[in-house]
Ligand binder design. Structure first.
Ligand SMILES: [Zn+2]
Length: 250
């Protein structure tokens, strides 16, 4: 018995040592790779580099969501990201109204990357999510299903100092509109002159219906709570796009 223990110990020690050195060298290799990749002059494209700021028009990668999060949290980064993509979001003084209402990172949004908007007050983070949606979902869906661009997105605003509305009536909780954390879209004006609204075209021609459904689904990539015509009658005429939520999309 004692003989066996003596023989086994050096083997176990050697195995443990081997395992430890493997883990350490792998960790070291990982750190070196990370250091090389994340240097300012890295060969890694910016849209794959989590230390670089978001670019709205860059291809979407697994890193994009992280970059978007960082940009929505930092007002200066957010405004810079919008400006670099040509989004028109002119700065305004922050608004406070009572304990529950107001707009931080406030500005007036009048143009996304491709589509115009009638000027609307919102916060930078909301404008940024909207710009990502417009560039990566709305315009591609318009090309695919309607063979044209979206010239203007139709909306009924972002900021509204009010409590939540549900099918049962008004709730006690405050709406995300009270802090401009949501945006309501009612339709789109196309470059060929057509005007699509959720109310008239949600069940319109197959192309119109496919376009509206695709941009509705696409918005769930950029907003965490999305309510549309399928949800309830209060949303028959608009998409409610909200930044904060628990991944509800209906
Ligand atoms: Zn809404």
């Amino acid at each position: 018995m004692e003989e066996e223990t003596k023989k086994r110990r050096p083997f176990l020690q050697r195995a443990a040592l081997f395992l430890l050195s493997s883990v350490l060298s792998l960790a070291l290799l990982g750190l070196v790779a990370l250091w090389v990749l994340l240097r300012p002059d890295s060969v890694l494209p910016d849209h794959w580099n989590p230390t670089r700021p978001l670019s709205i028009t860059a291809p979407v990668t697994p890193v994009t969501r992280w970059q978007l999060r960082m940009a929505t949290r930092d007002e200066a980064v957010c405004r810079d990201v919008l400006a670099r993509a040509g989004v028109v979001f002119s700065q305004m003084e922050p608004l406070t109204s009572g304990d529950h209402c107001g707009i931080s990172q406030r500005g007036s949004l009048s143009s996304l990357v491709g589509a115009q908007l009638s000027p609307v007050e919102t916060r930078c983070a909301t404008a940024l999510r909207l710009a990502m949606w417009e560039h990566h979902d709305v315009q591609p869906a318009a090309h695919q299903h309607l063979g044209t661009d979206v010239a203007q997105l139709l909306h009924i605003g972002s900021y509204n100092c009010r409590k939540m509305r549900t099918a049962r009536g008004t709730e006690n909780a405050w709406s995300s509109h009270a802090t401009a954390g949501a945006f309501d879209i009612t339709g789109a004006l196309l470059s060929d002159g057509r005007r699509l609204t959720l109310l008239r075209n949600w069940n319109g021609t197959p192309e119109e219906a496919a376009f509206l459904r695709q941009i509705w689904r696409g918005s769930c990539t950029w907003f965490r709570l999305v309510l549309g015509p399928e949800y309830n009658r209060l949303h028959a005429d608009h998409f409610h796009l909200q930044a904060n939520g628990w991944g509800f999309c209906r």
